[in-house]
Design a protein around this ligand. Structure first.
Ligand SMILES: *[C@@H]1O[C@H](CO)[C@@H](O)[C@H](O)[C@H]1NC(C)=O
Ligand SMILES: *[C@@H]1O[C@H](CO)[C@@H](O)[C@H](O)[C@H]1NC(C)=O
Ligand SMILES: *[C@@H]1O[C@H](CO)[C@@H](O)[C@H](O)[C@H]1NC(C)=O
Length: 422
């Protein structure tokens, strides 16, 4: 389990760094002496450096009185970029991802990082993808009020202080309180008069989006159009390749440690073990607000942590495949196709429901909404629409907007991560 957490942390660190750069394809980021890059199916360089869109960190001072603290007791934070023109009464929020911590040991490590303490957060981050203020890169939301919410509680904003130990471990489980303090702050900044709003998030932030979506809706004016978008967060309750329930065990530990059950849908918790209700498949059935899911069918985080966690592959047969989908042999590819089939099966009821949208592309990637993969001439497409165009069509109810890609390797517009190159 330590391995699971560790690499989750590394992934997030890489991408929060990436957030600081509008990286060019092929730009290698070296962190934790581990490098990676995008391998792009066409050999074109797409992204240009643009340093004009950095947004400063704001600490949530109203959090102090309410005890809404990060894991280490510091104040939570967010980044705010004011809307203008036709977007001045509209709000798009994006919740940062970053895995979870499931034990005293892993939460104690986390509280020494930006994912557990505002003392370690960057003073400014670059807004790109769904947070970009460039209409060419973000056609629907560029001039809205834009907020990036920093993730520092380790439980997808669903922890409760009743679970704290009071024995000197010095860990604060205040996820739910942070969520409430953040909402009050944004409401007081003008969100209480919002005409349109979109709550979004990626990975653990996408899970937080699903958990809090209906509450977000309830806090905004009745006349407002309010929707939610969860990216790369449809975590599956699947066995790993060695037959262990790695993800179920991990979620069980997270839910018990942080006391998450109180933040989960009551109808689910009444029916089954609360830790199962932390899986999106259970949550989406309870969400009444219109919801859109962006998810790669071969989400590399899920392949590396749910389907083939390191401990499930002691012989090392999957070593290359889990780092680069092009290196999978035909037997491994069959297993990945099975994983995709199970994702689609888990989404079949969702797919039939009204007001829902989805973009399930066949790429080996993780988050796609807050990066340049969101929208651009070379962004991934399904039936020639980018993620931003599909989400835009769904948000404005132009079309039903349910797009599912053909299986790998059919889509040449994919970015496929390659963790082997350095
Ligand atoms: C950089 O981005 C801003 C908006 O975010 C845009 O107005 C500007 O034209 C861009 N500059 C370049 C060189 O692409
Ligand atoms: C506090 O209690 C928890 C749960 O019993 C335990 O895991 C942890 O090690 C304790 N911490 C300290 C500092 O005693
Ligand atoms: C795909 O969409 C782009 C612009 O969105 C358009 O220029 C292009 O012609 C379309 N291609 C096809 C094959 O429809």
């Amino acid at each position: 389990m330590a391995i699971l957490r560790q690499s989750a942390l590394i992934w997030c660190r890489k991408f929060s760094k990436r957030d600081l750069l509008t990286a060019s394809v092929g730009l290698t980021l070296i962190l934790f002496s581990f490098s990676f890059l995008f391998s792009f199916s066409k050999n074109t360089v797409v992204f240009t450096l643009n340093n004009s869109n950095f947004v400063p960190l704001t600490l949530l001072f109203n959090a102090k009185d309410r005890g809404a603290f990060c894991l280490d007791g510091s104040l939570p934070g967010y980044h705010f970029d004011k809307g203008y023109g036709s977007g001045s009464s509209n709000w798009v929020l994006h919740i940062e991802g970053g895995g979870w911590c499931e034990s005293v040991a892993t939460c104690s490590l986390r509280k020494k990082t930006a994912l557990g303490s505002s003392n370690h957060m960057e003073q400014e981050v670059q807004f790109s993808g769904i947070l970009s203020s460039d209409p060419a890169r973000n056609p629907d939301f560029f001039n809205w009020n834009k907020v990036k919410i920093r993730y520092c509680d380790g439980s997808s904003f669903a922890g409760h202080p009743e679970s704290e130990f009071h024995n000197g471990s010095g860990l604060f489980f205040r996820g739910q309180l942070i969520w409430e303090a953040l909402m009050d702050e944004f409401l007081s900044m003008g969100m209480s008069n919002a005409r349109q709003a979109l709550l979004s998030g990626c990975s653990a932030g996408g899970l937080a989006t699903m958990i809090h979506c209906d509450d977000f809706r309830a806090k905004l004016p009745k006349a407002a159009i309010v929707k939610c978008l969860a990216d790369a967060s449809f975590f599956l309750d699947e066995e790993d390749v060695s037959g262990s329930r790695t993800m179920q065990l991990f979620y069980n530990n997270v839910v018990n440690l942080h006391g998450v059950a109180k933040s989960l849908p009551t109808d689910c918790v009444a029916k089954m073990d609360p830790s199962l209700c932390f899986f999106p498949r259970q949550i989406i059935g309870s969400v009444k607000t219109p919801l859109f899911l962006v998810n790669p069918a071969y989400d590399f985080w899920q392949i590396q942590h749910v389907l083939v966690p390191a401990a499930s592959d002691l012989p090392g047969e999957w070593r290359r495949c889990r780092l680069n989908i092009q290196k999978c042999n035909s037997h491994q590819m069959d297993i990945l196709q099975g994983f995709r089939n199970n994702l689609l099966k888990a989404l079949s009821e969702f797919e039939r429901s009204k007001g829902k949208g989805m973009f399930i592309n066949s790429c080996f990637i993780h988050c796609q909404t807050w990066m340049e993969t969101w929208h651009g001439p070379n962004s991934p497409r399904i039936y020639n629409k980018t993620i931003a165009e599909t989400v835009g069509d769904w948000y404005s109810e132009k079309e039903d907007a349910k797009r599912v890609d053909c299986p790998f390797p059919c889509n040449p517009s994919c970015y496929n991560m390659d963790f082997m190159r350095s």
